[in-house]
Design a protein around this ligand. Structure first.
Ligand SMILES: C[S@@+](CC[C@H](N)C(=O)[O-])C[C@H]1O[C@@H](n2cnc3c(N)ncnc32)[C@H](O)[C@@H]1O
Length: 340
């Protein structure tokens, strides 16, 4: 066991083995604790306690359970680090009747299960303890369950009657939480954490807009937060923008929203002004960048890793300006954009 500093936590925490790597970052822990606030909560796979200490700040009392005694000892010490004394720690298999009966007064069962470090395709079947098993073991305790699941999984691959909440932090897809029973508010949601606040978009509130597709961006391009994209809520985002918006596909996995009007949304990761369109040719791109006073270029299109630096050097050759261009490639054209 060691005590270490990590960008995930505001204080140095106790950890062992892979504990820190799999721990819930404080910013996520605080958000989820706010959503799951209740009288008695059981975190039945609490690891080193990253999430459990946040629950303890919001809930009346918390059970912290883990099958791994060393991790549980870290969690106990981390409760001290964070100054909380309302967690009862239980070492054992969360699925065993002996553990279940010790948490019979829990209002909410939360689990951030263990999962294989690598998997070809992420799936809920490989989570430990497994979701159906947990719900069966605790069915006489409560109907309110929340589980963390791999965020790479799209909503349609989650075959449970639950809310699928994708969480974005700093423009990156960070977490997927599944909410069951009375905790379920909708089918799909996206939550973006920014500046200590959270912003939520959900399915089923307004009818989603069908976004027309276009072949190239208009005057402005908007990069939606990946949590919105993953939750399948681009239509709901477009519906709330109050302006004409279209969709332009960058490649099989990425799309931008685009408009002739400068739109604003908390669910945009970045906004760009489209400055130019040039053929995919390094010299032509370089000339355009010079003309727009750029000093650097960020390549935002797919390029073989071994060709990246050669292309970047040619594109940036002789640039003296201050600006940073973002280059999106669509078909055989490059769109020179600058962030707003
Ligand atoms: C992803 S970690 C949890 C991390 C935790 N949220 C944190 O912030 O530190 C998953 C944990 O599940 C525990 N686990 C796996 N199977 C379990 C079981 N059957 N009962 C209790 N804990 C279990 C593992 O020991 C591991 O510590």
């Amino acid at each position: 066991m060691e005590r270490t500093r990590s960008p995930k936590f505001s204080k140095p925490v106790f950890t062992c083995g892979d504990g820190l790597r799999f721990a819930t970052p404080e910013v996520v822990g605080r958000y989820r604790a706010g959503r799951l606030k209740c009288s008695v909560l059981a975190d039945i796979s609490c690891g080193i306690g990253g999430q459990a200490v946040c629950f303890a700040k919001e809930c009346g009392s918390v059970y912290g359970i883990d099958i791994d005694g060393e991790r549980l000892e870290c969690a106990r010490r981390n409760a001290g680090v964070y100054g909380v004394d309302n967690i009862t720690f239980i070492e054992g298999d969360a699925l065993s009747p002996q553990v279940v009966e010790q948490v019979a007064d829990a209002d909410v069962i939360f689990s951030d299960p263990a999962r294989p470090a690598e998997e070809d395709v992420r799936q809920t079947d490989s989570l430990r303890p497994g979701i159906p098993m947990v719900m069966e073991a605790y069915r006489d305790v409560t109907g309110s369950f929340a589980f963390e699941a791999p965020p790479q999984m799209p909503p349609e691959r989650i075959d449970f009657n639950c809310e699928r909440e994708y969480l974005g932090v700093d423009g990156q897809l960070n977490r997927l939480t599944l909410y069951f029973g009375p905790l379920k508010r909708c089918e799909r949601s996206a939550v973006v954490l920014k500046g200590g606040r959270h912003y939520r978009l959900e399915s089923g509130v307004d009818a989603p807009v069908v976004i027309p597709e276009v072949d190239e961006p208009r005057v402005y391009a908007f990069e939606p937060d990946p949590a919105v994209v993953k939750a399948g809520l681009l239509g709901e985002l477009a519906g709330g923008l109050g302006g004409k918006v279209e969709l332009v596909r960058i490649d099989a996995r990425r799309s931008l929203l685009t408009s002739d009007v400068l739109l604003e949304s908390l669910f945009f990761k970045h906004r760009y002004r489209v400055l130019d369109r040039v053929p995919l040719d390094c010299r032509k791109v370089n000339r355009s960048l010079m003309g727009h006073g750029m000093g650097k270029a960020v390549i935002r299109f797919r390029i073989a890793p071994e060709k990246y630096w050669d292309a970047r050097n040619r594109i940036e050759n002789g640039l003296m300006g201050e600006g940073i261009a973002h280059l999106f490639g669509i078909a055989d054209q490059v769109y020179v954009c600058e962030k707003i």
